[in-house]
Design a protein around this ligand. Structure first.
Ligand SMILES: [Zn+2]
Length: 88
């Protein structure tokens, strides 16, 4: 584990001998969220790069327009806007 890399968290923890030591822990991965309403995206896994790079592309996001970026409700609104020609 590289201790100075950005994906490592530093934690000050007390030992039984009442000393404070610095321990390093890997940061946990957050859930994928919608870009508009920040709802959690189902069907979009997150994890360490070592795990994600072995997954096929179709398993990393939902296979539709704006899949893995917008939730289904926001996607519908966006597609409706595109069809009507009112893009904001
Ligand atoms: Zn949304």
């Amino acid at each position: 584990m590289r201790k100075k890399s950005g994906n490592v968290k530093r934690i000050h923890r007390k030992t039984p001998g009442n000393r404070t030591t610095l321990i390093y822990k890997r940061k946990r991965h957050g859930k994928a969220v919608c870009a508009v309403c920040s709802a959690k995206l189902p069907g979009v896994p997150t994890g360490p790069k070592s795990l994600m790079r072995n997954l096929p592309k179709s398993k990393k996001r939902v296979n539709r327009k704006y899949g893995g970026c917008l939730c289904s409700r926001c996607m519908r609104v966006q597609v409706t806007k595109e069809v009507r020609g009112i893009l904001s």
